[in-house]
Write a protein that binds this ligand. Structure first.
Ligand code: ME8
Length: 663
């Protein structure tokens, strides 16, 4: 990439944050994504020798948490305490190296909130007033009548509540122009560019003052001098970033780390971070963060993740099924950071088998194996390099710039892709130079150089892997008896750092290949049942977009009566036309005759080519509510069984007219 990278090495510490997650729900793959990305960056910066403060935590106040606790018959703090354990456990399983874990119910945080409230008030930015409008509890956000879509929250589509309450407002409108100027003169402030444009147009449209208190419930930080009101949970939550940095408690730390180098958030909460947060900071006279990066959204097997669909993938199940490092690798490699992603068990399995077990695993295995077989398990001292050796050295030198620039541009997938090109080159080096022939012919000079170069390339690959797969990288370095102590990336990336004459044994395989089709599916949590294991064998499933994720564990599927079954209208149909849905590798749009014409979008694209489907007699659920997939309305779903790549369509073994109802 041309030009300066986004993240620069500066004269201050590198302060990186994730959002603080709500405690009404347990952690899932979405939270894991943000947290792993932040962790990768934090580890990278530490490896570069920078001083890092990396924080995550939990957002524990507000109506949503209070309501969730009430529904479970426990106090909000009891709920928070339980869920915090789940988050901390998930982050420990995923090897997250956070320096702080902030909870907004901590005393240190309340102090900061009070201090900022006073500053904003002194600046004349807080005034009393009546808020009248709508409130979305799941998103903890205010909406005007005009902003609602069909009377629902424009962001999450859920019900909103009418609110009419006396409270306090923040003069957000006063900061419209200063904010606009800041965004315009700092192109890297909001990233990626699509989000920057979105926020620019939002701010240009005008900013209304923001209600910053809520009445009628208890669970929050009380407004100073008016304890009947609690401070709006987003004001409370955003200030966590100040608390962590030691604002008004640890001047030295604050001086070292403020302003934040980067806030990593999901695109769902960019408005809060790129509009409200900087305005609060301007009002309090505090420097603004350098970058706010909003990443994309993950779906599961092309379906939106939701508790009601029972397709929520937990970090625990991912680690259990695939291991921490493979999960971290998949999340960072599969999707360019900033774009939406899709989790699929099959894609995960492919990454493990091809990238990790084959490419990386093979390199370590042959590097150590050759030292054992041809050099008695002692790493030889290299001799003068020939053209093959220097070519490999040059690839390693080029990797340094490409990797570092990608990392500083938050292009994690590119960093991994250039690293894998290098791993590929190292494997090719062995294939081309055939050290076993030198062993056979007794050419010790050449052999020693080849063995050293193969180990050195393996070491360098492991160094670059450290931020992404810390455990695997350490295993590799241990296997080749090399360490990284006290050295920065720049020093470690240099050719020739591997210490010769060390003892090396044949390394154990790093990754087992996954061949179990049952593991190809994501480890979903059963609807409402936390931590339930996924079914151990492929279940019959309904192969249409949104509904595909409803294949649930049989042990949690309740029995139904015949009358209930009869409410499902199953009909015979014939496929008249089929074409792939652009942008999806799984979905096929079908034109089906069931006595009338229906468009059906089905997730069968990995098992069937469109042309194979023409004329097929199929069974469809005809009275399903239409669902929109990739902008196409699907008017029913077809029945199929098997895992994503081996689906079989349910069909008839005797003829029946199109539209015949199945009894
Ligand atoms: O919003 N794909 O907390 P939250 C990718 N407490 N990322 C996802 C995701 C998905 N499907 N689902 C969630 C809050 N995330 C507030 C934040 S910060 C001061 C307060 C990630 O528990 C993503 O990072 O709803 C998103 O922004 C965050 O979880 C929302 O977490």
């Amino acid at each position: 990439m041309a030009g300066d990278p986004i993240l620069k090495t500066e004269n201050k510490g590198f302060y990186i944050t994730t959002p603080i997650y709500y405690v009404n729900d347990v952690p899932h793959i979405g939270h894991a994504y943000t947290t792993v990305a932040a962790d990768v960056l934090a580890r990278f910066k530490r490896l570069c020798g920078e001083k890092v403060l990396f924080a995550t935590g939990t957002d524990e106040h507000g109506k949503k948490i209070q309501r969730s606790a009430e529904q479970q018959g426990i106090t909000p703090i009891a709920l928070a305490d339980t869920v915090v354990k789940r988050f901390k456990n998930a982050w420990s399983l995923l090897d997250i190296s956070n320096d702080d874990f902030i909870r907004t119910t901590e005393e240190r945080h309340a102090k900061v909130v009070y201090e900022i409230w006073q500053r904003m008030k002194q600046n004349g930015d807080i005034y009393e007033g009546l808020y009248e409008g709508w409130y979305c509890v799941p998103d903890e956000s205010y909406w005007t009548e005009k902003e609602l879509v069909n009377g629902k929250c424009p962001v999450c589509g859920r019900d909103v509540e009418r609110v009419q309450e006396q409270g306090y407002f923040f003069r957000l409108s006063k900061y419209q122009q200063p904010l606009l100027r800041h965004i315009e003169s700092n192109p890297g402030f909001i990233l990626p560019v699509s989000r920057r444009n979105e926020i620019l147009s939002f701010v240009k449209d005008g900013l209304k003052d923001l209600s910053i208190t809520r009445a009628g419930f208890e669970w929050g930080i009380k407004v100073p001098d008016n304890p009947k009101l609690v401070i709006y949970v987003w004001l409370d939550a955003l200030l966590n970033y100040l608390t962590v940095a030691g604002f008004s408690s640890d001047e030295g730390k604050f001086g070292d780390f403020w302003p934040p180098s980067i806030h990593i958030v999901g695109k769902d909460i960019i408005k809060f971070h790129a509009v409200y947060w900087p305005a609060f900071l301007m009002s309090a006279g505090i420097a603004l963060p350098e970058h706010i990066f909003a990443h994309g959204w993950w779906t599961i097997e092309d379906v939106k993740m939701s508790k009601s669909l029972g397709n929520v993938v937990s970090p625990e199940s991912l680690v259990n099924d695939y291991g921490a490092d493979a999960t971290r690798y998949f999340l960072m490699r599969e999707v360019p950071f900033g774009l939406d992603g899709n989790f699929s068990g099959t894609a995960m399995q492919t990454r493990i088998n091809s990238d990790l077990a084959n490419d990386l695993g093979n390199l370590l295995s042959r590097a150590t194996g050759m030292v054992v077989r041809f050099a008695g398990g002692v790493l030889p001292v290299p001799d003068v390099p020939d053209q093959f050796d220097t070519a490999l050295q040059q690839k390693a030198a080029q990797l340094y710039d490409a990797y570092k620039t990608s990392m500083n541009n938050l292009e994690f997938h590119t960093a991994l892709s250039v690293l894998w090109e290098f791993i590929g080159e190292a494997n090719k080096y062995v294939d081309r130079t055939k050290p076993w022939q030198d062993a056979k012919s007794g050419n010790a000079v050449r052999l020693n150089t080849r063995l050293y170069h193969t180990i050195e390339a393996t070491r360098i690959a492991a160094v670059y892997l450290l931020p992404f797969m810390p455990d695997t990288a350490s295993k590799i370095l241990n296997a080749i008896a090399q360490d990284t102590k006290g050295k920065s990336l720049e020093q470690l990336a240099r050719w020739g750092v591997a210490v010769p004459s060390v003892n090396i044994a044949q390394a154990q395989p790093l990754f087992e290949k996954k061949t179990d089709p049952a593991k190809a599916g994501p480890g979903t949590q059963g609807a409402g049942i936390k931590g339930q294991e996924p079914p151990s064998a492929p279940q019959p499933k309904i192969a249409s977009g949104k509904q595909a994720a409803q294949s649930v564990n049989p042990s949690i599927t309740p029995l139904i009566t015949l009358d209930q079954f009869k409410t499902v209208e199953l009909k015979v149909g014939t496929i008249l036309a089929a074409q792939r849905v652009e942008g999806s590798n799984k979905l096929i749009k079908l034109d089906v005759d069931i006595g009338e014409r229906r468009t059906i979008v089905a997730g069968i694209g990995k098992s069937y080519k469109p042309e194979e489907l023409l004329g097929k007699r199929i069974i469809i659920v005809a009275n399903l509510q239409p669902a929109e997939l990739f902008g196409i309305q699907s008017q029913g779903m077809l029945l199929a069984a098997g895992d994503a790549e081996h689906l079989g369509l349910l069909t008839l073994d005797r003829d029946a007219a199109n539209g015949t109802r199945i009894k």
